[in-house]
Write a protein that binds this ligand. Structure first.
Ligand code: ADP
Ligand code: MG
Length: 243
């Protein structure tokens, strides 16, 4: 089986600081990979390189077998196929929930407003807030806003979803509703890379757990082995801190 995504020995520095040191990672179709690691270890940078929001210094990234590393001219085409969800939701404040979800299908794919509205309504149902279609972001809780952000990413029918600490900005009682949506998508076969320290999500949805430290992938273990207790010492030390 061809990997959906293959990251091969990528490096990235900001000035004198090497943020990614020869990172290699492959993600298969329908796989959910959870990435954990201390703050500053390079998790966000890794996701941003995949989405071509950052350019790598060396190494290669393949998406569906195609080398996208230096595909600057087609970056916008690639980004359509990769959905990204951020810690702080980043919804358009002047648009309602349904309009946030409709925007890219109308503007980028040229779908009619009527059809885009139907698609968006279905997606808001999928993330379990159909009744909030006409609410504006400031009328929604953090958990609701993040679910709109997930629906907005899904509206482009991505082949890969990237989530960067999607529940870190949420009050504890809202974490569950976002995790439930992500876990359901994963169970339905959405290929996902999720940076999160919610080990409940990892247990439920991850096929593989990756541990990063100081810009390196220290460990990439199938969930059963990871939760079976045989992890690298450095990974264990990190888990002892967060659990
Ligand atoms: P994480 O998501 O694991 O917390 P990041 O990928 O955000 O880590 O950051 C890794 C390192 O790269 C940090 O030391 C951070 O300060 C640095 N960094 C990230 N983005 C930039 C940038 N645009 N310019 C300079 N340094 C950056
Ligand atoms: Mg980060």
């Amino acid at each position: 089986m061809q990997h959906l995504l293959e990251i091969v020995g990528i490096t990235k520095s900001f000035g004198a600081t090497q943020v990614l040191k020869t990172c290699t990672l492959a993600v298969d179709p329908s796989e959910t990979v959870v990435v954990i690691g201390p703050s500053g270890s390079g998790k966000s940078t890794l996701l941003r390189c995949v989405n071509l929001l950052e350019t790598v210094d060396s190494g290669d990234i393949f998406f569906e077998g195609e080398n996208i590393t230096r595909a600057r001219r087609t970056a916008h085409l690639l980004r359509r196929q990769i959905g990204m969800v951020f810690q702080n939701f980043e919804l358009f404040a002047h648009l309602s929930a349904v309009e946030n979800v409709m925007l890219a299908p109308v503007k980028i794919l040229g779908i009619s407003r009527a059809d885009a509205h139907d698609i968006a309504a279905d997606l808001l149902l999928k993330v379990q807030i159909p009744e909030k279609a006409d609410a504006f972001p400031d009328e929604l809780s953090g958990g609701q806003q993040q679910r709109v952000a997930i629906a907005r990413a899904l509206a482009m029918r991505p082949k890969l979803m990237l989530y960067d600490e999607p529940t870190s900005a949420l009050d504890p009682e809202m974490i569950r509703e976002v995790i439930d949506v992500m876990a359901t998508l994963s169970a339905e076969g959405m290929t996902s890379i999720v940076v999160t320290h919610e080990m409940g999500f990892a247990r439920r949805a991850a096929d593989r757990i990756v541990f990063m430290e100081h810009g390196e992938i220290i460990e990439s273990a199938p969930s059963d082995r990871f939760f079976g207790g045989t992890v690298n010492d450095r990974t264990q030390r990190f888990l002892d801190q967060i659990l």
